[in-house]
Design a protein around this ligand. Structure first.
Ligand code: IMP
Length: 207
C-alpha cells in the first residue's frame, strides 16, 4: 500500500504526540522540525474551522519549495469552550495569557467571579478543527469534540494546556490524570483525526 506524506503543521509537542501515532497508520508523517524554519501563521479567524483552514493553507504555501510532490499538509485549531461563559476562552484559548498555568488560573477566576460552582454550570467542551490541504486546495475539513466539566482546581500532570482542568465524567478523572491512550480513546482531537484518517484511507492510499 502506498502511503501519502503528511506534514502536521504544529509546534505544540502535546498535539504532535496525540496525532503522530494514529496518523502514522495511514501516512508518512513529518513535522515542522523536518523543514527549515517558517513563521507561525497568524490566527485571526472567528472560528476554529476558519483558523485550521487558514493555518493549513499558509503552511502549505510556506513549505511548498521543500515539500515532496503530492505531499499534504494537516493543520489543527483547537480550544476549550465553557458554556456558562459564552464559549470563553474559545478561539483565544492559547492566547488569553502567555503560559498554561496562568491560562488555567484565569479560567478558574472567571468561573469563581461568576459564581459558577456546581458541576452543571461548569460544563465545557474541547473542540478540534482540522483541515487537510494539498497545494492551494482544501481536501477535507472536519471537527471533533468532547464534553466535560471544569474541575475546581487542576489535577494531574499528563497531557497539556487545560487538560488538568478538564474533568471527564465517564472516567471520573481529569484529562491531566489520563494516560495518552485513555485521552486518545475519547478526545476531540482523536475524533477529528478518525475522520481525517478515514478520508485518507478512502481517497489517498493506493492498494
Ligand atoms: P491552538 O494551538 O491555537 O490550536 O491552541 C490550542 C490551545 O487550546 C492550546 O494552547 C490549549 O491551551 C488549548 N487546547 C486545545 N486542545 C487541548 C487539549 O487537548 N488539551 C488541553 N488544552 C487544549
Amino acid at each position: 500500500m502506498s502511503r501519502p506524506v503528511i506534514v502536521f503543521g504544529t509546534r505544540n509537542p502535546g498535539k504532535l504526540r496525540e496525532v503522530a501515532a494514529g496518523l502514522g497508520e495511514v501516512a508518512r508523517v513529518q513535522g515542522l522540525d523536518d523543514f527549515p524554519p517558517v513563521p507561525e501563521p497568524v490566527e485571526s479567524g472567528a472560528s476554529f474551522a476558519e483558523n485550521a483552514r487558514a493555518k493549513a493553507l499558509a503552511y502549505a504555501k510556506l513549505l511548498a519549495p521543500h515539500l515532496e510532490k503530492d505531499a499534504l499538509v494537516l493543520a489543527e485549531d483547537a480550544g476549550l469552550e465553557i458554556y456558562a461563559l459564552d464559549g470563553y476562552p474559545g478561539v483565544r484559548s492559547s492566547r488569553i495569557a502567555d503560559d498554561d498555568e496562568v491560562r488555567r488560573r484565569l479560567v478558574l477566576a472567571k468561573l469563581h467571579a461568576g459564581g459558577y460552582s456546581d458541576e452543571d454550570s461548569r460544563r465545557a467542551r474541547f473542540v478540534s478543527a482540522m483541515a487537510l490541504v494539498t497545494g492551494g486546495e482544501v481536501l477535507a475539513q472536519v471537527e471533533g469534540e468532547v464534553e466535560g466539566v471544569i474541575a475546581p482546581q487542576p489535577r494531574g500532570t499528563g497531557g497539556f494546556g487545560y487538560d488538568p482542568l478538564f474533568f471527564y465524567p465517564p472516567y471520573g478523572k481529569t484529562f491531566g490524570e489520563c494516560s495518552l491512550a485513555e485521552k486518545r480513546a475519547v478526545s476531540h482531537r482523536a475524533m477529528a483525526l478518525t475522520v481525517i484518517m478515514d478520508f485518507i484511507r478512502k481517497n489517498l492510499t493506493e492498494e
